[in-house]
Ligand binder design. Sequence first.
Ligand SMILES: Nc1ncnc2c1ncn2[C@@H]1O[C@H](COP(=O)(O)OP(=O)(O)O)[C@@H](O)[C@H]1O
Ligand SMILES: [Mg+2]
Length: 380
Amino acid sequence: MVIKDLELHNFRNYSSLNLEFSQSINVIYGKNGYGKTNLLEAMFLCCVGKSFKAQKDAELIKYGEDSYKVKTRIGDSICNSISVFYEKNKSKYIEIDGVYIDKLRMLFGNLIGIMFSPESMRMVTDGPMYRRRLLDIALCQIKKDYYYSLMMYNRFCEEKGKLLEQGRIGDNLELEVINENIAKFGAVIAVDRNDFVRQLNEIAGKYYSFITDEEEMVTMRYYPNIHSMNAAIGEKTAEGEPAEFTVEKVKNDFLEELSDERLMKRERDFKKNLIGIQRDDIGMDLCGNSLRSFGSQGQKRSYAISITMAELEILRQKSGRTPVLFLDDVLSELDNARKSKIVELTKNIQTFYTCTDMEMMRLPAGGGASVNFIDVEKLR
Ligand SMILES: Nc1ncnc2c1ncn2[C@@H]1O[C@H](COP(=O)(O)OP(=O)(O)O)[C@@H](O)[C@H]1O
Ligand SMILES: [Mg+2]
């Protein structure tokens, strides 16, 4: 997939902008606060319909204006253009090839994008929420039923939460139906997450060795909050293979845990949902120690980038097309050897780099890749 151009109206600091891109490496450079990340944000918005950093669409509207519009023309995809329009206090309006889509999930897969920004380091350094988000953004883009399952799961959890909060748990039939649905949709998500983390682990490990030339291995493992599944992941089959899971089996196990009398009592006491995929995590280890606690800054950064590249490879395999890669401020913290390796890895991928100084890209780009330099100051 490639983004051919980008058109903006009243988006962040841009009143009006038309910009064409190279199908290989694009480097957006300029001083801090000039609007580099805003450009990536606009393009990523066309991939998943949401900003990767703002919670509300209103934040994306240029100060003092009432609406924004973002449009991209794309190539090597199932469609030719995507546009997102938002007017204050109205719902978002997304079009694919000029046709309005009423469900966000219809957008996924048309333009698959992978974002690495300074925020992405949080998947290695911060709480589980950031790791679940990594999985969700990737899986929504390649699996049609993932986003749907996630929405339905959240809806039923919310309903259950309300019942618990109001102490209206007397009617067990209602709770049974809700738990049944929580188990059903939660199982789809847990099985997909497990498969995805397994692949990520394998591929990210290879990228990590390539980028760092280190002997040490970093590994990751999925920790589902469904206890029986979690226990089974830790064990290998008689043939030494990792455990396989079917949605049916996970659903039954999950439902059994949800229906446990002691859990139900605790949920009534605490007035909230206590188990489920909203508490999943991924563990990352460096030679058997937690990467988060024991890894150096450089190791964490290299692993986070390795995960990003692994994600891209999996999404490419699953979709049959190469996703677009956004690397926001990645190069600034790396030495020249690692920089060159990253550029080497992105050679055949449409990549959008941002940096404060174009010199940062000159040296690694000297390796033969043709680079389109965009001076963000000239766009303002
Ligand atoms: N809604 C908005 N309207 C106008 N300007 C905005 C809006 N949101 C952010 N900005 C401006 O965008 C700039 C930050 O852009 P950003 O893309 O993060 O810069 P950088 O080049 O450092 O990546 C800041 O100057 C900020 O004031
Ligand atoms: Mg920035």
